[in-house]
Design a protein around this ligand. Structure first.
Ligand SMILES: C[S@@+](CC[C@H](N)C(=O)[O-])C[C@H]1O[C@@H](n2cnc3c(N)ncnc32)[C@H](O)[C@@H]1O
Length: 335
């Protein structure tokens, strides 16, 4: 994880003072220094709901997409280079002409190559290294190249015709696992349906196109921009869109007949089966006793214990060298 205090190092070392007025923090981690919450006009832009929720719980003002003018901005790098370039470019545009932009990131998130790219088009005011990463800052006029950086990360139609953007799940090509799962969307998929971790909407759109007995389909997605893309990709009046953290979903007033999912398996670089396990538990919580859960997962991910814990019956419908498709029925009451 990135060092949350690194972004304040230039201020702590007396090399820079934050200007008065509103400050925007793009993609902050959930652990940013608490002192920032006390600043008037301090706004976090965080489109990933679990992190947005944690920041809000700590007293920060959080929006999924910020607009307006700021005196200064901070950017924490994500794992996606195109998104990082666009975030730095947009931060400088939102603070121009005399604001300052601080950028912090780990080496593993590409901070060195980003710094190099920024240096090619504009001057850097300063750089410091800390905790296997760097913080650098810049100010001044927005270089012409930054408009291209912003455009490159924006949503575009992929070769299959879906609106996607860099940083979303499988933006260029439909995921092979999702395609495998979609082949099981038959007449048993009906009534109220939920898609957990719906991304830009591939599975939901396939289900709605194949299953005319679906009454409603709720897309739950944590990443705001992906959900926005899904609103364009899933054009069916039965679809409803929810910016939500699936692992925090409670038991709904009306449980679902079918839950479909290709659960996320990492937030950082390494596989984190606990996220998928949280999705399996959520599926069991929101299903009717007679409902079914259809899921695809990377074959090596250890989900069997969780399926056993949350469902009375489950089976592998198909598996190949990469993926397994699972059907689970008869959810056990939450313990
Ligand atoms: C493997 S992708 C599947 C996307 C889409 N269903 C498909 O098949 O193309 C998993 C999705 O879950 C989302 N996600 C990750 N953590 C989440 C959470 N806690 N709650 C809701 N969605 C989450 C990711 O942003 C990603 O879009």
């Amino acid at each position: 994880m990135s060092d949350p205090a690194r972004i304040l190092l230039p201020l702590d070392e007396g090399l820079l003072a934050l200007p008065d007025g509103p400050i925007l923090f793009i993609r902050p981690s959930a652990e940013i220094p608490q002192e920032l919450a006390a600043r008037e006009g301090f706004v976090c832009e965080q489109g990933f709901k679990p992190v947005a929720d944690r920041l809000e719980a700590r007293g920060f003002t959080v929006v999924p997409v910020a607009g307006g003018r700021f005196s200064g901005a901070m950017v924490e790098l994500t794992r996606n280079r195109a998104e990082n370039m666009a975030n730095v470019a947009r931060a400088l545009r939102l603070v121009a002409p005399d604001g300052v932009v601080l950028v912090s990131g780990n080496k593993t998130d590409g901070v060195d190559s980003l710094l190099k790219a920024v240096r090619k088009v504009t001057d850097i005011s300063g750089v410091l290294s800390k905790s296997h990463g760097k913080v650098f800052w810049l100010s001044g006029a927005v270089p012409a190249a930054f408009a291209d950086w912003e455009a490159a990360a924006g949503p575009k139609r992929n070769p299959a015709g879906y609106l996607t953007a860099p940083g979303m799940f499988s933006p260029e090509k439909i995921d092979t696992g999702s395609e495998m799962l979609a082949r099981y969307f038959d007449k048993s998929v009906k009534g109220a349906v939920a898609d957990l971790g719906a991304g830009w909407g591939y599975l939901a759109q396939q289900a709605l196109a194949a299953c005319d007995r679906i009454e409603t389909l709720d897309l739950y997605e944590a990443e705001y921009s992906a959900l926005e893309a899904a609103r364009t990709n899933v054009i069916d009046p039965r679809a409803r869109f929810h910016w939500a953290d699936v692992s925090a979903l409670g038991k709904p007033a009306t449980p679902y007949q079918t839950v479909i999912s290709n659960p996320p398996f990492h937030q950082s670089r390494a596989a984190e089966p606990s996220i998928g396990i949280g999705f399996i538990a959520a599926a069991a919580r929101i299903l009717k006793p007679s409902g079914q859960f259809l899921m695809v997962a990377n074959r090596q991910l250890p989900y069997e214990t969780a399926l056993e814990a949350h469902f009375k019956h489950w089976e592998i419908l198909e598996q190949d060298r990469a993926f397994k498709v699972v059907r689970a029925r008869r959810p056990k009451a939450a313990r």
